[in-house]
Design a protein around this ligand. Structure first.
Ligand code: HEM
Length: 146
């Protein structure tokens, strides 16, 4: 079971990280380019969250939880899991902000849109950093055999 879960776990970490970076890129490409582009942006980000981001971090969480009881957990892996759980929790909050921001945009509440947008980008940066730190710890643990 473990030999199947670990590659799935790491593959979906890759999907998740790729998704977060791609979102950051299309956010930069469309934000501040006019209301039409921002309406497309909020709709696109919601859809990507639903179809790619949420499934990816849920699979990382479930495979991680399934491996936990059958793994020899070191302090390093615990640190990795801690950063991983922070990334998942903050990402869930970001998804909520993305949906709230879309509602603000589609109801012409652009002040609220701007407020939520700033928050979303601040927390989005935390997600990206936490995933990268967890991945570095995980690769180090895997490579070091710890
Ligand atoms: C950003 C999130 C995450 C990343 C980048 C990540 C990355 C990794 C990597 C690279 C490994 C292989 C390390 C090794 O085999 O020694 C691994 C293993 C593992 N991960 Fe994650 N992980 C994340 C989240 C989680 C979460 C949330 C959990 C638990 C709830 C978890 C539980 C585990 C377990 C139990 C192993 C097997 C450890 C072992 O057998 O040594 N991971 N993860």
């Amino acid at each position: 079971m473990y030999s199947v879960l670990l590659p799935i776990h790491i593959a979906f970490v890759g999907v998740w990280l790729g998704c977060v970076i791609t979102e950051a890129l299309f956010e930069r490409a469309l934000l501040g380019k006019g209301r039409e582009q921002e309406l497309s942006l909020v709709a696109l980000h919601k859809r990507v969250d639903l179809v790619v981001e949420i499934p990816a971090f849920v699979v990382v969480l479930i495979t991680g939880l399934m491996m936990y009881p059958v793994s020899s957990i070191t302090g390093l892996i615990h640190a990795k899991i801690a950063f991983g759980l922070v990334a998942i929790a903050v990402n869930a909050y970001c998804v909520w902000l993305v949906f709230k921001r879309a509602t603000a945009a589609t109801t012409d509440n652009w002040d609220e849109f701007t407020r939520l947008d700033h928050k979303q980008h601040k927390y989005g940066a935390i997600v990206l950093i936490a995933i990268i730190v967890a991945l570095c710890i995980g690769i180090y643990a895997y490579a070091g055999g710890m």
